[in-house]
Design a protein around this ligand. Structure first.
Ligand code: AMP
Length: 341
């Protein structure tokens, strides 16, 4: 069996770093965090990092990459890593070991091709309107790259759309999507390429400002205050789903994995943690509006495991720890290469 002490796990100090680092330690791997001086305190305070590498700007990642290579560190990408370092540079320039398929980043970062993938997987996606003249039901207008859903708006008719879009004169990169009325649900999966098995780790819903507080005031007051709904993420709330929905969630996850195997530029398909983000309507249809092909912040409430991971593992198994366990197994069995993108 190969010796795991010669390896490490590294990530950027943000997003889901706490559970990734703690998970590495719990699985007996050295944990390394790359962080700014400002966030250093967090990783010191929680004692989850065996080594802290400080950089002044997250885009300086490449200046310290050599130190990671020397320590045989496997880098775990998360949302902040992808947004700070950039999908293009990760694919073209990154030399350190990287957990996951790099090619999948292109598919998840573009709404159009991501939709192609989901449709190919047979996932129920909200209708997209090519032209505003076709609007015949409530729609949500999403600007590309809108930070945390800020500035999205809802319209019901082409006229209302034209009126509201005037407030965004410099924005022409947006999608007009059917607005699905129901409850948001984020499903956290883990697909193991070593065992070929898909697991459901947990679920969450987001705590969004101001969408999650508008209902606290009367409709009349909402109109008086001329409120605009925004979906800025401030945190995540754990959810346990109706047990009878689980077969459906397993099925959809498996379809997404299957479809990923034939995506162009992704020879190993999607593996590791990923998340389907959608709305469950009153008929219990799960309408998926987004996929994240990496660990999501919605797994953060489960540093100590979720009700689901408890059933399977009987020890506190966060998604971060699940990643470390896969890497450990890969090292021990001489199959680490199967996990690297
Ligand atoms: P997104 O930026 O795509 O993650 O969306 C931000 C938020 O907008 C989500 O968390 C949902 O609350 C809401 N949302 C996005 N798409 C839809 C949709 N098609 N129907 C209803 N709500 C949506």
């Amino acid at each position: 069996m190969n010796d795991i002490s010669k390896y490490a796990i590294a990530t950027l100090g943000s997003h889901t770093a706490l559970q990734i680092l703690k998970g590495a330690q719990d699985e007996g791997l050295k944990s390394i965090v790359i962080c700014s001086q400002k966030s250093r305190r967090v990783y010191e305070s929680y004692g989850v990092a065996d080594e802290i590498i400080e950089i002044s700007d997250y885009q300086d990642y490449f200046r310290i990459e050599e130190r990671l290579i020397e320590q045989q560190a496997v880098v775990i990408p998360h949302g902040s890593f992808v947004s700070y370092v950039g999908a293009d540079r990760i694919t073209a320039e990154m030399k350190a070991m990287y957990f996951g398929s790099k090619g999948i980043l292109r598919w998840e970062s573009n709404r159009e091709i991501e939709r192609e993938w989901l449709k190919k997987a047979g996932v129920n996606v909200p209708k997209v309107f090519r032209d505003s003249s076709e609007i015949d039901r409530p729609v949500i207008i999403k600007f590309h790259g809108a930070g945390g859903g800020f500035g999205y708006f809802i319209a019901h008719t082409p006229e209302e759309f034209h009126e509201k879009i005037k407030e965004f004169p410099n924005q022409d990169d947006y999608v007009i999507q059917e607005y699905v009325v129901g409850v948001p649900m984020y499903v956290h999966y883990f697909y193991s390429p070593l065992s070929g098995e898909l697991e459901i780790m947990s679920f969450d819903k987001r705590y969004e400002s101001n969408a999650d507080s508008i209902g606290r005031i009367a409709a009349r007051d909402q109109l008086d205050a001329d409120l605009h709904t925004s979906y800025t993420i401030t945190g995540n709330i754990p959810v346990v789903v109706r047990e009878s929905l689980l077969p459906m969630f397993f099925h959809i996850g498996e379809q997404v994995i299957e479809a990923s195997k034939s995506l162009e530029g992704v020879p190993k398909g999607l593996y590791g943690p990923f998340c389907l983000e959608g709305i469950i309507d009153p008929q219990l249809n799960f309408r998926v509006f987004e996929i994240s092909a990496r660990i999501v912040a919605g797994t953060n409430p489960y540093t100590h495991g979720s009700p689901y991971s408890w059933l399977r593992y009987n020890i506190p198994m966060s998604t971060g720890r699940r990643i470390a366990r896969e890497i450990r197994q890969g090292i021990e069995e001489g199959r680490l290469e199967d996990l690297l993108g």
